[in-house]
Design a protein around this ligand. Structure first.
Ligand SMILES: C[S@@+](CC[C@H](N)C(=O)[O-])C[C@H]1O[C@@H](n2cnc3c(N)ncnc32)[C@H](O)[C@@H]1O
Length: 341
């Protein structure tokens, strides 16, 4: 880790800034081992040139399982991963490039790749960034991340690596122009939290692209599906639609790699979407979206409702305008009579 990259990181627990506390070994400006510390005194070790910002320190079962499954498997992963694409007669490089196209990258962008693994996408992202950009890579398995680091050793964009949990990212709010994660989501202990974290660390307007195994509903009963699921149950994982953040705008969903992985891309908005809720809606009901939602009163007897409908029609106004006038006048009269006005 470069000295100047220490300030990139925040505590994954409190989001307080971190600083270098100790440097035990440094080679050519790279801190190989040492400690980062937050304002509240929490310390995080730097080992093999990468800070370990894992939170919680006692990982939940799925995250712990992912870490122990992938640590030590980086070489085998890289040797056999092409088979996933070969199964569907797909060109891995061509497809990964298409996934990354959805990030709308510019050379100066700051980009985060979540669960980057051995860096098969990371090197494509790195090619699209320049020396003025920044590429942060994170994974829960140090062994996978180390291989990614070796793969990116000669890229021109500055890179920084953290061993960390996708559900508690150690990066500041509104920092990245784009966030990417392929192939890890289905293994995270809390997909909703992880997506919320990706949004938290993104600037408004940033692009987020995520994808993983999930057979589309219309294929789930086919023999094609049964063959795939016998080898990898993850193909039956649900699409993470309920886990999507409210800030997601311009959402696009595609199925890729033989149509058995989903790819979702969206732009990061601020809070809930807003609408033009205050124009008068034409027709006998009348009112606006907002008055219909905020102006609701109690129901009336069915007979009263029929009388109101007749009266409204006779007057030739919308039900909203008729009710508004009648209720307003009645309320004002009552309040006046009781001396409140
Ligand atoms: C199937 S690999 C995908 C790697 C890479 N993105 C690719 O497309 O080749 C899944 C990766 O997710 C990582 N992972 C699993 N759970 C994680 C978590 N909670 N936080 C961060 N990374 C996680 C694993 O360590 C592994 O490197």
């Amino acid at each position: 880790m470069k000295r100047e990259h220490a300030s990139l990181y925040v505590s994954p627990e409190t989001h307080q800034a971190l600083r270098l506390k100790t440097i035990e070994q440094e080679t050519a400006g790279e801190v190989e081992s040492g400690t980062l510390v937050s304002e509240d005194g929490s310390e995080y070790p730097i080992r093999l040139g990468m800070p370990d910002l894992t939170y919680p320190r006692d990982l939940s079962e799925p995250d712990l399982h992912a870490r122990s499954f992938y640590d030590g498997r980086a070489e085998a992963y890289d040797k056999f991963l092409h088979l996933t694409f070969q199964t569907h007669n797909e060109d891995e490089q061509k497809l990964r490039n298409q996934f990354i196209d959805a990030l709308d990258l510019k050379p100066a962008h700051k980009v985060l790749e979540v669960s980057c693994g051995t860096g098969r996408d990371s090197e494509i992202i790195a090619e699209r960034l320049g020396a003025e950009g920044m590429l942060c890579l994170q994974d829960i398995a140090a062994g996978m991340l180390e291989r990614c680091r070796q793969r990116l050793a000669r890229v021109s964009v500055p890179t920084s690596y953290s061993v960390s949990n996708a559900c508690f990212l150690p990066y500041p709010d509104k920092y990245f122009d784009a966030v990417y994660s392929f192939g890890g989501l289905g293994e995270f202990s809390d997909i909703k939290r992880s997506l919320a974290e990706m949004v938290r660390v993104s600037k408004p307007g940033a692009k987020i692209v995520v994808g993983d195994e999930s057979l589309p509903p219309w294929l789930r009963e086919t023999e094609f599906a049964r063959i795939l699921v016998t080898t990898n149950k993850q193909f039956m994982a649900k699409l993470p639609l309920e886990e999507m953040p409210v800030e997601a705008r311009d959402v696009r969903l595609r199925w890729v790699i033989g149509g058995v992985f989903y790819l979702i891309d969206f732009r990061v908005g601020e809070g809930e979407p807003t609408g033009n809720f205050d124009f008068e809606i034409p027709g006998p009901r009348g009112g606006t979206y907002r008055s219909r939602y905020l102006g609701q009163l109690e129901g009336v007897k069915v007979e009263t409702k029929h009388l109101a409908e007749q009266a409204r029609e006779k007057k030739g106004v919308s039900m909203h305008d008729w009710l508004d006038e009648v209720v307003r006048q009645a309320a004002l009269r009552e309040l006046d009579e009781s001396g409140k006005l």
